[in-house]
Ligand binder design. Sequence first.
Ligand code: TXA
Ligand code: MG
Length: 535
Amino acid sequence: MDTLYLRITDPDKQKNDIERAASFLANGEVVAIPTETVYGLAASAFDAEAVKKIFEAKGRPQDNPLIVHLSKPEDANKIARDIPEKAFELFRRFSPGPLTVILKKKDVIPDEVSAGLSTVAVRIPSHPVARAVIEASGVPLAAPSANISGFPSPTCAEDVLDDMNGRIAAIIDSGSCECGIESTVVSLVSSPARLLRPGVITAEQLKSVLGEIIIDGAVLRPMKEGQTAASPGMKYKHYSPKAKISIVRGSRDDFFKYLEQHRAEADHALIFEEDAPFCSLPFVLFGKENEPLTQSARLFSALRELDRKGAKNVFAREPSKEGVGLGVCNRLYRAAGFRFLNDKKVIGVCGQTGSGKSTVCDIFRKNGAEIIDTDKIAREIVLPGSKTLAALANNFGDDIIRPDGTLNRPLLAERAFSSSEKARLLSSITHPAIIEISRERIKNALDSGKSAVIDAPLLFSAGMDKLCDVTVKVTAPEELRLSRIIKRDGIDANEAKKRATVQKEEDALSEKADIIIKNYPPHSAEEQLKIYHLI
Ligand code: TXA
Ligand code: MG
């Protein structure tokens, strides 16, 4: 197929060109159009056959739905039903602009567009050429980003041409896209609203209209095995250039120190403008360190530029996750396949007794991490003369302190576990003390260039998950856990069962852990930690 190339700078003066593009669309063809975010591959959203051509041109998986583009908010009623008032509020505040809202769909939208879902993604772009084409074609336009699936989205017509020449009817060239990353996607189908893809309209801006929103876990993390995607696009490899990108964490100094130590491992750097004078490798720039809008505008074109330069292994600076930065990180993390280097972080490890938490912590230790053992800290905070011991005596009776000043543990346990209220009182005294010491040790570990691993049986119920960048739950089948406890503590099966079932609250809460490590044959805990880039 010959692809017609149309350069449109002023839609008002180039009505003929707009009409030509619109007539391709009316005839069931696919046209690449500029938007304020990235270029899109458009076809009539009412024409299932035309929409199929989009999937073919991109090589896109069939189960990944498309966004429908409208020229005005009222038109949402034509394609969506039961639209909540909040959706119109969002459109009033942020449309036309880089925002997509997921709503319940009407039957006029074919399954090809929604990939069989009962919902539809609605967006009103602000780019004057996109708006003129939608209006001239007289139909809503289904349009994904105009890249081959998996590659970085195109932010200029040359990039579209690289991917789509010969595959579609026409490309409209209207220069570079302003935002440079795709629209913010928020779902109003569930309550509270859920941010599925961050973009130039920020989470904070959405909150100002919606009140509460949930930031989907897949925004900054790879999806967990077996997890279903709230947005099907999240599960695919995305934005990936051919070059292997690795994000080197830390400040500018940390980055260049790491680069000097590992020079042989990289041939290019992806850095901020201010970094350029310090860089001894060939580099590509993506905006200014403290201006996320300049980063989003450049990121995808920078990734493509790296490929044109023949980059194989690239060290990248990490942007801040604030505001628009969240969208930049979301794209860069995926482009890097979540590969982080120099990654000093705080990892919380929990798991039922016998699951093999200690084995996992030993692997972390072997890989240079500092282990913070909260059981040990729990004993330190009640040493003779300590503040916490005094507070315990105040609340549970002076006789819990033995004449030699040490804690009478069995007596405290008897009193504290006599009611759930008393148990809570005990936690409210000990947990803050444990957390305070843990914080200090985390800081020391990070300051000395090590990751900190918090080994905490009550990671979630004690609120210590909030100290962590990532939480890990170690699991093993009950039978295996019991046999491990019996062997480890030299007790019988009944006693082992009792010990294994005392943490109901923690067990439920720890379902929230970011990563599950299966610590039983044939699984290798070490392999799994590597896959998640934790070691
Ligand atoms: O800025 C943009 O949104 C660009 C321009 C061209 O408008 N379009 C774009 O489309 O980025 P695409 O197809 O590359 O990304 C759409 C994302 C995908 O991750 C898809 O899974 C998600 O939106 N999506 C679409 N419909 C959805 C739905 N009904 N429910 C949940 N997610 C949906
Ligand atoms: Mg895309």
